[in-house]
Design a protein around this ligand. Structure first.
Ligand SMILES: NC(=O)c1ccc[n+]([C@@H]2O[C@H](COP(=O)([O-])OP(=O)(O)OC[C@H]3O[C@@H](n4cnc5c(N)ncnc54)[C@H](OP(=O)(O)O)[C@@H]3O)[C@@H](O)[C@H]2O)c1
Length: 274
């Protein structure tokens, strides 16, 4: 139950607090010293424990902090947000330095750390997960997605991408109402309920991507949806709203419908993006 944590930003501080609350006293280091008890150097903090967790700003800062530090025999768990490619390179980099490597993508904001809602995508060494499960599971649930060290970052970015698409729609929806005497707070529950209901369609989409069947039992085909695009564009214009957040998705739908796929559902748009 011993752990070193490098990085005491907003997220690192929340993680350290969750360990302390669970009776684990982490050895901590931060570029800007936070407390007299902090380790003097990153090297000293790393030397203190086998398990070393990094929660730094970005991939470059991990290199800056650890490039000259002896990692032989260490288990490096990198919770710093990165791209899949950076995570794979980091795994090679860590292995060359004699460390086992596990990458993590944190699916939480700092106030969620230590609550049941928080989880971390992990990928890389399964042995690191097994050997340190009790410590790693304290700040957030462990969701291990395989040995490819890039997959945790990929899952992380994919979930956040889904979130940003949803937030683009939410932004547009509120903008439509802005010129009217409609209270956003009475509209919000309607919007939340509608989005919650409609996100279930991702299961159907996943099933279609797996089977390659984009046409059986389609209830809202691309042709019908493409025909509705002017309704959205004209409504936006009449409300004085720039439709730029919706147009890329509409353009993709219209193109596929025009290419003879109007009887399909939207799953084929995934292929067209590639
Ligand atoms: N906050 C969130 O909502 C959230 C959610 C999910 C994932 N994350 C990820 O968690 C990681 C940390 O985020 P955070 O919110 O804690 O960020 P933050 O509050 O900005 O803290 C950044 C940390 O990185 C350190 N740092 C920055 N550049 C450095 C460098 N060149 N050399 C050494 N240390 C350096 C900072 O040290 P100083 O204190 O000395 O500046 C600080 O400890 C990021 O990768 C972020 O994407 C954050």
């Amino acid at each position: 139950m011993a752990v070193t944590l490098l990085g005491l930003g907003t997220m690192g501080t929340a993680i350290a607090q969750s360990w302390r609350a669970a009776g684990i006293k982490p050895t901590v280091w931060n570029r800007t010293r936070k407390s007299p008890e902090d380790a003097d150097t990153a090297a000293a903090a790393v030397a203190a424990n086998q398990l070393v967790v990094t929660c730094l700003l970005d991939d470059d800062s991990v290199t800056t902090v650890l490039d000259d530090v002896d990692l032989t025999g260490k288990d490096l768990v990198n919770l710093t947000t990165s791209t899949p490619e950076q995570s794979r390179d980091r795994a090679t980099w860590a292995t060359e330095r004699g460390a086992r490597f596990l990458d993590g993508g944190i699916m939480a904001v700092p106030p969620m750390i230590g609550t049941p809602a928080a989880f971390v995508f992990y990928s890389g060494s399964p042995a690191v997960v097994d050997d340190h499960r009790d410590v790693l599971a304290v700040p957030a649930r462990i969701h291990y997605v395989g040995e490819d060290p890039g997959h945790a970052a990929l899952y992380d970015v994919a979930l956040l991408s889904g979130m940003y698409g949803m937030l683009a729609g939410v932004t547009h929806a509120f903008a439509l109402l802005r010129a009217e005497d409609i209270d956003p707070t009475t509209f919000a529950p309607l919007l939340v309920d509608w989005i919650t209901t409609t996100t279930g369609s991702a299961h159907d989409l996943a099933h279609r991507l797996t089977t390659g069947d984009y046409t059986t039992n389609v209830t809202s085909n691309l042709g019908m949806q493409a025909a509705g695009i002017p309704t959205f564009v004209d409504t936006a214009k009449s409300q004085g709203v720039d439709p730029r957040l919706l147009m890329p998705y509409f353009d993709l739908m219209a193109q596929r419908a025009a290419a003879g796929k109007s009887q399909e559902d939207t799953a084929g748009l995934v292929d067209d993006l590639r």
